[in-house]
Design a protein around this ligand. Structure first.
Ligand code: BES
Ligand code: MN
Ligand code: ZN
Length: 541
């Protein structure tokens, strides 16, 4: 699927379908040059009363001369109020992308032109108008809304789907038709959004892959495949032997009951200067978490194949950053392991020595994410001397109790970092919210025998306690921990990985490039804010 942006009038481009946004009165408030054929088709819809506020999208056929075979009329009513939460605009744009994807899915639309004018898509106050972000969020969302994998269906089903594709060819080209003043921003957002969207799809595919296939070795193979494609990427894998030699006692305690040995995978992307300290991402990669001897209940246990979604997001980000050739140094670390019960598995009560030297009493083998992460965090800090460390983990069920499935939790040791991440997350509708790592919570991590236990004695604040545990392994570096347990996948009928928080992490990288001193700035795409002055007033018809 190809994306393009143009300042050409959308009414002059030949296509299978043109997307027009209208308000609830059926009026396209932007275009001055709407051809009669299009206006008439929209008017017709309105006269029939088919453009009510609850209408989603309507496919109509232009009467008379038009460059588009069909017109998808999408009513949008959107008003940003002073007290609207900061992710409102991104949510709106993602919603429009899903609406479009759904509406065209029954039609043989290969070539789609979207009359992309964010003045109409959000009649927002100027302060929130950011053309780069809008095109970026829209593009990533559209890619993800259209994508569906049948990789694990049987041959017969796959063949059937292929046949269907012949009669109903999927989207091949999407053109965002904007205007001169916006073109540069829209182009930039589109390039970023495409890389982000594909990175999210990589994370989704890894998440959805079954645990008998997607095991730690599979992650190694995928990392090696990715590295082969990009000259600035390298990979190093530590197996059981190497982890033993490094003294990763906590990591090994998780994986010792599994027939699939652990893989600590580090990918280095060198797009910046050799002297630039890297930004380091660390992902929890439990390809299956049975709980170990503290075994989980059976219902829904299959969803613990998703316990590697932190690692999946690292793969997605490394891919997107390399694809965009970002002028920045990045390390992506994946703590891949499987947590299984066995006669040689770790017992509750076992005490192990971590790579940091601290000893841990493992009171619950199901609190395993923090065990693989603590050694991985020690390793990346020592080895790469990063400027910042951000880890992603489906770490605690308690996070779902606290924030549900909309919002991930962020914790950390540097308020500027956690706040920056929170703000960026809302901009791209990949929301996170901060929880405090105060000493009152840390004090709960006491063991009579070892330096620390892996779970606290009390019952509350499970997400924060896990964050406090990780913090014990952070030295002198800005660090943020994202607990993505509630947002990494959807359950129920629409079960599937979401690709979160790839978008947030990419936005963080774009922001770092944007705020570098000018002399340092390379050609790579960055985030720019549109100057309000460049904006023409909305033409009312
Ligand atoms: N991977 C789970 C957390 C999880 C559970 C994520 C459900 C998403 C949905 C993690 O390894 C775990 O089992 N955590 C325990 C910690 C507890 C033993 C302190 C939990 O949340 O129950
Ligand atoms: Mn667990
Ligand atoms: Zn887990």
């Amino acid at each position: 699927m190809k994306f393009a942006a143009t300042a050409q009038s959308p009414y002059g481009i030949k296509c299978d379908c043109l997307v027009e946004f209208v308000n609830k009165n059926g009026i396209n408030a932007i275009a001055k040059d709407t051809p009669t054929a299009v206006t008439q088709a929209i008017n017709h819809l309105r006269q029939q009363g088919d453009l009510s506020e609850s209408a989603h999208a309507r496919m109509v056929y232009p009467e008379g001369e038009a460059s588009a075979k069909r017109i998808l009329v999408v009513p949008v009513e959107f008003e940003l109020k002073a007290n609207s939460p900061a992710h409102t605009t991104g949510k709106h744009l993602s919603g429009i992308a899903s609406t479009i994807a759904k509406a065209i899915s029954d039609y043989p639309v290969k070539d789609l032109v979207i009359h992309f004018d964010d003045r109409f898509m959000h009649s927002a106050p100027l302060s929130d108008q950011d053309g780069v972000r809008d095109a970026q969020v829209f593009t990533a969302a559209l890619l993800n809304a259209v994508y569906k994998s049948d990789a694990f269906k049987g041959k017969e089903t796959q063949d059937k789907n292929k046949k269907k594709l012949k009669s109903l060819p999927g989207l091949a080209k999407v053109t965002l038709a904007t205007q001169d003043a916006e073109l540069k921003d829209v182009k930039q957002g589109l390039v970023q959004g495409e890389a982000v969207g594909l990175g999210m799809i990589t994370a989704r595919n890894l998440g959805d892959a079954p645990p008998n296939i997607c095991n730690p070795q599979y992650f190694t193979a995928e990392a090696k495949k990715l590295v082969k494609k990009h000259p600035k990427l390298t990979v190093k894998v530590l197996g059981e032997k190497e982890l033993k030699a490094l003294g990763a006692g906590a990591y090994l305690a998780v994986t010792q009951g599994s027939a699939n040995p652990p893989q600590l995978i580090t990918m280095e992307y060198k797009g910046g200067k050799a002297s630039d300290k890297p930004i380091c991402f660390v992902g929890k990669g439990l390809t299956f978490d049975s709980g170990g001897i503290s075994i989980k209940p059976g219902a829904g246990m299959d969803e613990m194949k998703y316990d590697m979604c932190g690692a999946g997001s690292v793969m997605g980000v490394m891919q997107a950053a390399a694809e965009l050739k970002l002028p920045i140094n990045i390390v992506g670390a994946i703590a891949a392991a499987e947590n299984m019960p066995a006669s040689n598995a770790t017992r509750p009560g076992d005490i192990v020595t971590t790579m940091s030297g601290q000893t841990v009493e493992i009171l619950n083998t199901d609190a395993e994410g923090r065990l693989v992460l603590c050694d991985t965090l020690t390793y990346v800090q020592d080895k790469f001397k990063p400027q910042v460390v951000i880890n992603m983990a489906t770490l605690t069920g308690a996070c779902i109790v606290a924030l549900g499935h909309h919002t991930a939790a962020v914790m950390g040791n540097t308020p500027e970092l956690t706040q920056e991440l929170q703000e960026l997350s809302l901009k791209v509708n990949d929301p996170i919210w901060e929880l405090p790592l105060w000493s009152e919570y840390t004090d709960d991590l006491k063991s009579p025998f070892a330096d620390i236990p892996n779970i606290a004695g009390g019952r509350g604040a499970g997400t924060i306690i896990a964050g406090c545990y990780l913090q014990k392994f952070i030295k002198d570096v800005p660090w943020a921990h994202l607990d993505i347990a509630g947002v990494a996948w959807n359950s129920g009928a629409a079960k599937g990985a979401t690709g979160r928080p790839v978008h947030l992490l990419m936005q963080y990288l774009f922001k770092q490039l944007d705020t570098k001193p000018a002399s340092d700035k390379a050609a790579g795409p960055a985030v720019r804010k549109r100057k309000p002055a460049a904006r023409k007033t909305t033409a009312k018809k």
